[in-house]
Ligand binder design. Structure first.
Ligand SMILES: [Zn+2]
Length: 272
């Protein structure tokens, strides 16, 4: 599937479209048993749901995609609301990622109705994903918060930690938000030092993943231990340790579809 982003719908679009419709942080999906699908409708109003605001996102394989915010939690027959996070691995990857994009656009639209400086109503900026204040001349773009995520390796083991923010007792690689003025590399070194007290070297870019909870961009790195013994920052981390492949097999780790899981699988696939 090929997605081409755009802000303004071109003329002559077909009437049927993919609709990514949210009520709060829950997405409207067509349900059949455990399966969930994104509605492909000509008009949400024809299905009895009303959008407060809608945004054009672009085309998926030539078909238009829209996001929108619903005025209430009522779902039509054969559909229901699900938290976006619960659809990871249920929706095809391309549709999950579009649903994440849609959530960020809907959230930005909803929270930037007024200028943060003077309080005047904002107006859409023509041809851009932006809103402007005519009085202050300032523009507001969707927020993206970069965060680093890093697999630190020592000999044949990887550093995994159980963080207090995790909903369950699973282990993952370390992650943290980038601070103003910081490079990704500086952020990796600082986070690792702050959370487990060690130094790292040989940082390599691994890949990235938008993570719409609510608007993160996870930037992945691999690194090697350079010095120091583990000393845990107890406010954020419950425990941390070095794990080999056999030990990882007995742990609860992040699910498929996350960059955290891909980093752990990268470690397991290493040949040296
Ligand atoms: Zn203003």
């Amino acid at each position: 599937m090929r997605f081409l982003p755009a802000v303004v719908p071109p003329p002559g679009l077909g009437s049927e479209a993919w609709w990514f419709l949210y009520h709060g942080d829950r997405l409207l999906v067509e349900t059949r048993g455990e399966a969930a699908g994104i509605p492909f409708w000509s008009d949400p109003a024809g299905r009895g749901v009303r959008t407060v605001r809608a945004q054009y996102l672009g085309t998926l394989d030539g078909r238009p995609c829209f996001s929108g915010e619903l005025d209430g939690p009522a779902a039509p027959e054969g559909a229901g609301f699900r938290p976006l996070r619960s659809l990871l691995g249920i929706l095809p990857d391309e549709l999950f990622s579009l649903a994440g994009r849609a959530f960020q656009v809907v959230d930005w639209d909803r929270t930037h109705q007024y200028c943060g400086i003077c309080g005047m109503r904002t107006e859409p900026v023509e041809g851009e994903r932006a809103k402007g204040c005519a009085r202050c001349g300032i523009q507001f773009f969707p927020r993206v918060a970069p965060a680093v995520i890093v697999a630190v390796v020592r000999d044949r083991k990887i550093l995994l930690a159980q963080a207090r923010r995790f909903p369950s007792a699973f282990y993952s690689v370390l992650a943290g938000f980038v601070e103003p003025g910081e490079t990704f590399e500086e952020c990796v070194r600082r986070e690792v030092r702050e959370e487990v007290g060690i130094e790292v070297t040989n940082l390599r870019y691994f890949g990235s993943q938008p993570w719409p909870f609510p608007h993160q961009l996870m930037v992945g790195f691999t690194a090697e231990h350079a010095g120091g013994d583990l000393a845990i920052e107890e406010k954020e981390i419950i425990r941390a340790g070095w794990f080999d492949a056999d030990e990882i097999a007995r742990l609860e780790v992040p699910r498929h579809g996350t960059i955290a899981r891909r980093l752990i699988e990268w470690f397991l696939d290493r040949k040296e």
